[in-house]
Design a protein around this ligand. Structure first.
Ligand SMILES: Nc1ncnc2c1ncn2[C@@H]1O[C@H](COP(=O)(O)OP(=O)(O)O)[C@@H](O)[C@H]1O
Ligand SMILES: [Mg+2]
Length: 359
């Protein structure tokens, strides 16, 4: 049987470009070469698409961009091409693709934009579709949907930074009325990797935090501060998804900011999470409920806060979670008898299943 050709896409115009490269190296190293042929497309930070054919080590460390045989290439939106268009000074070639495996985090990769191109191309792809990617990337939209579906979360309020700048007092009052007490968490609706997220302990800090968040997005979310454990659940599947054993992160910093996520080895993971069996079941149940309600497919990591008094609050859904060797998603799946290669194969199969069964 001919090997299926998988196009792994990494990098991208996103604040999570570097993490994506490390995730992609892990994913590529875990695609069984005897069954699949892998082609890799790197997207630079400025958004250039390059077909790259070197080592995964160079993807992880960033030196892939300098490879001399990189060629301009892009997924054609024309479904009759069903593949990559590769352009050199001399000619233009087509490489047929069976499945696209995006390993992109954050803007332009996890937010439905590139998924729109995949849809147009007609090529099966791993992960969530346009709507669920966009809904999960946008924190305000996620919270509104969770509220609609009755899934517990932190109290929140939101506004446009444009309106805030015109009458700041009105929106400060809105926050203080809705959330009642400090500290609060201020977030750009659409960012990722804790970029632009801050904890404000008083009104003065709130004003600063809004200014920081407003640099990332024109819609600002403010949430009640939750004192609890950060518990994460890996979900895999299409119409009948399964939820992993939940895991727990003990951040090294006051909260799980960018540094604690990627630079600080002191953040610890516990698998299973150190919570009661009953709370574990609530986490899994709510993870699956949110996944189905929002229309996720393929995979997502659903993140929660679990408080001492037993509240289980959904924080966010990551439709293309970190996939490095130290990341929670692959670790949780491995704990459920889905180690690296088995997981990448399952994801590829789920992408094909969506097209075959019109999921
Ligand atoms: N309402 C909240 N209460 C307490 N901590 C929070 C709250 N919201 C976010 N955090 C902390 O900030 C981190 C980043 O926020 P999150 O909403 O997960 O954004 P990102 O998409 O950047 O991961 C979380 O992992 C958590 O440590
Ligand atoms: Mg998060």
């Amino acid at each position: 049987m001919q090997k299926k050709r998988i196009a792994v896409i990494f990098g991208g115009r996103s604040s999570e470009h570097e993490v994506s490269r490390v995730s992609a190296a892990y994913v590529i190293d875990n695609i069984p070469q005897d069954k699949y042929e892998v082609v890799t497309i790197g997207i630079t930070k400025t958004g250039r698409w390059l077909l790259y054919s070197g080592s995964t080590k160079a993807i992880a460390d960033g030196s892939w961009e300098k490879a001399e045989d990189n060629k301009s290439a892009f997924i054609s939106p024309d479904p009759s091409v069903a593949g990559l268009t590769v352009i050199t000074d001399e000619d233009c070639n087509i490489i047929k693709i069976d499945v696209i495996f995006p390993v992109l985090h954050g803007k332009n990769g996890e937010d439905g934009t590139i998924q729109g191109l995949f849809e147009m191309s007609g090529i099966p792809y791993v992960g969530c579709n346009v709507l669920s990617s966009a809904a999960c990337m946008d924190k305000i939209t996620t919270n509104i949907l969770l509220e609609y579906f009755g899934i517990d979360q932190a109290a929140f309020t939101w506004f446009y930074s444009y309106d805030y700048k015109k009458s700041p007092d009105k929106y400060i009052e809105q926050v203080e009325t809705a959330l009642k007490s400090y500290p609060v968490f201020v977030k750009p609706s659409n960012a990722g990797s804790s970029v632009g997220v801050s904890k404000a302990h008083n009104r003065e800090e709130l004003i600063k935090a809004i200014d920081i968040a407003a640099k990332e997005d024109d819609r600002i979310l403010v949430e009640e501060n939750i004192n609890g454990y950060e518990v994460e659940c890996a979900v895999l599947g299409n119409n009948e998804p399964t939820a992993s054993i939940p895991g727990q992160i003990a951040p090294a910093a006051e909260f799980y900011d960018y540094d604690a996520k990627y630079n600080n080895a002191a953040s610890e993971l516990y698998i299973p999470a150190r919570i009661s069996e009953e709370l574990m079941q609530t986490v899994r149940k709510n993870a699956l409920k949110a996944y189905r309600a929002i229309g996720c497919t393929g995979l997502s990591r659903v993140d929660f806060f679990v408080t001492d008094d037993g509240r289980v609050l959904l924080n966010e859904i990551n439709t293309l979670p970190g996939f490095t060797s130290i990341s929670m998603y692959p670790k949780l799946m491995a704990a459920c008898d889905m180690p690296g290669e088995k997981l990448t194969e399952a994801l590829i199969d789920l992408a094909l299943e969506r097209v075959e069964k019109n999921v």
